[in-house]
Design a binder for this molecule. Sequence first.
Ligand code: GLN
Length: 303
Amino acid sequence: MDYQDLVRDAMAAAVRSPLRGRVADYIPALAEADPAAFGMAIATVDGRVFGAGDWQQPFSVQSVSKLFTLALALAEGGDGLWTGVGREPSGNPFNSLVQLETEHGIPRNPFINAGALVVTDRLLELTGDAVGTVLDFLRAESGDPAVAVNRAVAASEAEHGHRNAAMAHFMAGYGNLRNPVEDVLTHYYAHCAIETSCRDLALAGLFLARHGVRTDGSRLLSRSEAKRINAVLLTCGTYDAAGEFAYRVGLPGKSGVGGGVLAVLPGRGTVCTWSPGLDAAGNSVLGVAALDALTTATGWSVF
Ligand code: GLN
């Protein structure tokens, strides 16, 4: 199997369409991303990684980090997490507040902002340092010590994060945060503002393709927990476009407004794409198109 050719062909198929999307600008520091950037990497369960384009260039991982916070919170604290956050698709934008009141401060799932704030809160409670825990994990799994938080992006998010702050306070009002709101927001913005590359994210996501086993052979999650995270990624990982993503790509995946998408090929490997132009739901246009091309060409999907 020539993975390098597969990556190149998928990227070439994606750029054949004229659709490019728009770079996110609601976090002003993200608006500076190069709209022409495009990279893709495939990592295999035995730890090999292949890429093309800007696959080694660091970018703002944003909501892709929510996959790692969820995995680490479950690894540290177990199933009790699910009393504070659900696992149903929201059918609403990632930054929506509307369901929080009718659902008594319990967010629909861990991959929309409200749910991710709860997960960050629990990881902070369990470890004392949510962002440090995520950074350590990403560095260890990717072998790249340069994975770091871009403090300017985190500050920009904090300055413009009125909706996230509103959600966090609202959930605190229902007793669904265990740390001070400011601490939860600080850790949340920091893990969203982590910068790393398609290469590193593909390697760091391999535990989900290996049914819970880390790069060093130790177990992060049980086989069943890894299966469940993949299931929630499939149904909720790409916000209110999760149905469309399942239809086109057919894999568990997590997107971020920095333009990254990390998808899991259970038992086989991971694929990470990055291109900052987003569709209306906040998913990378070229990234989803390249994943669509890859799974269409290879038949690799969970279906
Ligand atoms: N940090 C971003 C926010 O809170 C993450 C959103 C995303 O990537 N969908 O708005």
